[in-house]
Design a protein around this ligand. Structure first.
Ligand SMILES: [Zn+2]
Length: 121
């Protein structure tokens, strides 16, 4: 399966329609690429297959500021999406190995979490 044309060949209206159709598929519990339900094995785009809302393997780990600053400069740990249980055990293993006063800590978030930026003067 593939798309009829490359994304840069779409005009703005077509691109918006394409994105709407993808969002609709995801809201129906289907992968926006292969169109199969979330509980099927991932296709060649596992990050899209696993990003379906309600997919149990849709959690990731984010590095953040341990002291709750306004500009935590967050980043995602480069791992595949995990179940909540898996991600929690990984984050606990990381945090548990460092002292409590570490400037950074790692926490579990959902796949659609928006990273908070660092300070930019
Ligand atoms: Zn898929």
């Amino acid at each position: 399966m593939s798309y009829p044309k490359d994304l840069d060949e779409y005009n703005a209206a077509e691109l918006e329609q394409e994105l709407r159709q993808r969002a609709q598929k995801r809201s129906q519990g289907k992968c926006d690429y292969c169109n199969r339900p979330r509980d099927t094995p991932p296709c060649k785009f596992p990050h899209r297959h696993e990003a379906i809302p309600g997919n149990s393997a849709s959690f990731k780990i984010v590095e953040s500021d341990n002291f709750g600053g306004d500009y935590p400069d967050e980043s995602v740990l480069p791992l595949p999406f995990m179940t909540r249980e898996h991600a929690t055990s990984v984050a606990e293993a990381i945090n548990g190995g460092f002292p409590n006063n570490m400037p950074r800590f790692w926490r579990v978030v959902t796949g659609d979490y928006a990273l908070k930026p660092g300070f930019e003067p």
